[in-house]
Design a protein around this ligand. Sequence first.
Ligand code: PLP
Length: 348
Amino acid sequence: MNRTIDLRSDTVTLPSAEMRAAMAAADLGDDVYGEDPSVSALEARAAEMLGKEAGLFVPSGTMGNLIAVMTHTRPGDEIICGRLTHTYVAEGAGAARIAGVSVWPVSHEQAQLDPVEVESGFHPTDDPHYPRTSLVIVEQPNRGWVMPLDNLSDIACIARRHGVPVHMDGARIFNAAVALGVPAREIAAHADSLMFCVSKGLAAPVGSVLVGSAAFVAQARRARKVLGGGMRQAGVLAAGGLYALDHMVDRVAEDHALAQRLATGLRELGWWIDREVVQTNVFFTQPPQGLDLAAVVAGLARTGVQVASPYSGRTLRLVTHYGLEPEDMEEALLAFGAITPATRGSAA
Ligand SMILES: *Cc1c(COP(=O)(O)O)cnc(C)c1O
């Protein structure tokens, strides 16, 4: 067997034959003229599932978040978000570079934001020294951690008291919904706008959807055009997303079970896992002392297990997804076992 077991990301997922068939059969039109029925159907379905008035199909999650920042703020404003928020650390500083806003990062532990820090991030509104705080961004989930609903509610209350909207980066919102056992719209209810990706665990090839009020989405549509994100017969892509919302949401529970199995097996091999309970399809791990991570990555690659290059020195991020099966986890654990000499044998 020479198939690669790819644990780098859920972005590597491929569309099923049924999803491809739905894409091939999609009704199309020019979406910049608002004439692509498949795009409109995806936007309406996404809005309905998340309890918002309207949706906007965008090429990527990064663009969706940037559009949200551009729409909720003015240049020279400031946004508050957790230190590990994707928009802050992994979107090329687009919020600063393109939306022209500064970021007030607050501590971010296991996806939670400290309400006291968020509160004190708001500057006095009558003092010209300070930028106007005009947006709070939350991320659900963050690095595989699910933000507890009470923390989310606390943060949303603070923002509301200051008259400031909340944008939720919900790239993997359905993973959070499945992990929490609540409908996604119950999580989304705490936010004014939300972006989620159909291109990750939902296994569509391309795209994300930004949802919010009808007025917000009308403004967001202008920003999308400015960024070059107005796509023409995009229904061929949107049909994959629509198929994903109809057929791929609940099955992410299987990905969570795979991640739990992988984490349990690694722990038995003496690897450190960054959490007691793996809640979604993402977790972080470190090899036992004395194992060089570069050698680990190379050793795994030789046995057909692909992992992303290490995070911050000693930490690997592992991600499970559609296309991986329970037997792949056993095979991956054999590969991890083979490169973990100190405990080899004891884990059999
Ligand atoms: C992947 C991701 C994004 C960006 O999505 P792209 O489609 O890769 O641009 C934003 N936020 C989070 C939390 C993500 O995981």
